[in-house]
Design a protein around this ligand. Structure first.
Ligand code: CP
Ligand code: NVA
Length: 308
């Protein structure tokens, strides 16, 4: 049995296999051919943080695959009142067929997976957001940007930046990350990515200059400067991130055919200007839709790896 906790746990071949499945199921879905790959299966969806895309895409996805999603907000289940993750996992995983969790510390997700009898999917932790990155890469393929890909991530060295690192390191493309000083990516995660990069041939460049990062990039991306759980730091962060907005001036350094991606929700005139967000290079809503298709690929792939 396999879980989907980070991209680091997958080989390049496995990631491409999941993406191929996603592309196939997306094509079927577009023809309104909803094949029931997971009949009667129940996906438990535990949310300790807010969500629009993750909730709707998983719930719709499992339904279209022939199953049903259970939305379990930590405000409503005993987890929110202190029931241990290990107990929650042992109970829920005896009743459902797969679990998706959005939580804070990555170790909480790992603890759930350790005790789970069924596959567990990371729906975002403080450290990683791997399902988002598969949707992003699906968009990159569809936009024809997967060949000679040079991706630039400008902004906070957060869960999104870490997932970009892992994706580049596994698939072997060039990734430049520019963060303000003091907001760099986690050194341990970077070291791990650099190890993988030795095998894949990925080129990973880390710095503090957005212009340097973006020069000739074919994909430009960013994320909120204030992630969930950091609301108290907003004022300081907004000050510290001055100069990191992806606006038309910054985009002008990228390849003229570059696309702009953002996992959303996007905060206009903070990490991205209205003009770039709404402009012709922006593929953010194609990207958001691909959450549905990529995650169907992930769920069907994980189901195929069960050994019970
Ligand atoms: N991108 C993303 O995960 O969005 P939600 O927080 O709305 O799920
Ligand atoms: N980095 C953001 C992503 C939201 C989808 C957060 O963790 O809040």
């Amino acid at each position: 049995m396999r879980h989907f906790l980070t991209i680091a746990d997958f080989s390049k071949e496995e990631l491409l296999e999941i993406l191929d499945l996603a592309i196939q199921i997306k094509a079927e879905t577009k023809q309104r051919n909803f094949k029931e790959y997971l009949p009667k299966q129940v996906l438990g969806m535990i949310f300790e943080k807010s969500s629009t895309r993750t909730r709707v895409s998983f719930e719709t996805g499992i339904y279209q695959l022939g199953g049903i999603g259970l939305f379990l907000s930590s405000n409503d289940i005993q987890l929110g009142r202190g029931e241990p993750m290990s107990d929650t996992s042992r109970v829920i995983s005896r009743m459902v067929d797969m679990v998706m969790i959005r939580t804070f510390e990555h170790s909480k997700l790992e603890e759930f997976a350790q005790y789970s009898k069924v596959p567990v999917i990371n729906g975002l932790t403080d450290d990683f957001h791997p399902v988002q990155l598969l949707a992003d890469y699906l968009t990159i393929i569809e936009e024809g940007k997967d060949k000679d890909l040079v991706a630039a991530y400008v902004g906070d060295g957060n869960n999104l930046a870490h997932s970009w690192l892992m994706l580049a390191a596994k698939l072997g493309f060039e990734l430049r990350i520019a963060t303000p000083k003091g907001y760099e990516v986690n050194q341990k995660i970077l070291d791990r990515a650099l190890e993988f990069a030795k095998i894949s041939g990925a080129k990973i460049v880390i710095g503090n200059d957005p212009i340097e990062a973006i020069k000739n990039a074919t994909v430009v991306t960013t994320d909120t400067w204030v992630s969930m759980g950091q609301e108290d730091e907003k004022e300081k962060r907004v000050k510290d991130f001055t100069g990191y907005i992806v606006d038309t001036k910054l985009m002008s350094y990228a390849n003229s055919n570059a696309i702009f991606l953002h996992c959303l929700p996007a905060y206009r005139e903070y990490e991205v200007s209205e003009e770039v967000f709404e402009g012709p290079q922006s593929k953010v809503f194609e990207e958001a839709e691909n959450r549905l298709h990529a995650q169907k690929g992930i769920m069907v792939w994980l189901d195929g790896k069960r050994n019970d």
